[in-house]
Design a protein around this ligand. Structure first.
Ligand code: HEM
Length: 134
């Protein structure tokens, strides 16, 4: 009978625990379905096709949670605040972004502890991206 090697479960990254690449692809795909119909957020995206933006956010989150480092191989250091500087991320944009993320997270059906960890990070990260006075 095969044994589970000692330590394997504890050493799994969050990325692995929640289902790996497929989970993050689903999350960001659901999120961009919301963005595509959002009158405030959609015009902020410089490209006609949201596909490449979807890919960048997916790869970033995969890397952040312990998966492959493809994001940085392609894009270098994330420097996310700097990369958002061209866009007016005000309170309304922040709220809209989180609204679509909330719906996307809900769509994953994660275990409550994983869901809380992911959501707490997204709330914190969104607050740190606001770059306007109000
Ligand atoms: C708070 C509201 C936010 C707004 C309105 C916003 C908006 C945008 C826009 C318009 C882009 C450019 C699309 C593109 O060409 O990639 C972008 C890029 C990106 N955003 Fe956000 N964003 C927000 C928060 C966040 C947060 C919280 C994260 C991380 C958890 C994030 C991660 C990224 C990444 C990884 C990119 C691509 C960076 C690159 O490699 O060029 N964003 N965002």
């Amino acid at each position: 009978m095969n044994e589970i090697p000692r330590g394997t479960l504890q050493e799994q990254t969050f990325y692995e625990q929640v289902g790996g690449e497929e989970t993050f692809r689903r999350l960001v795909h659901l999120f961009y379905q919301g963005v595509a119909d959002d009158p405030l957020l959609r015009p902020m995206y410089p490209e006609e096709d949201l596909g490449p933006a979807e890919e960048r956010l997916t790869l970033f989150l995969i890397q952040y949670w312990g998966g492959p480092r493809t994001y940085s191989d392609n894009r270098g250091h994330p420097r996310l605040r700097m990369r958002h500087a061209p866009f007016a991320v005000d309170r309304a944009a922040h709220d809209a972004w989180l609204k679509h993320m909330r719906a996307a997270v809900d769509g994953l059906g994660l275990a409550p502890e994983h869901e809380r960890q992911l959501w707490d990070y997204l709330v914190y990260a969104a607050a740190s991206m606001v770059n306007t006075a109000e």
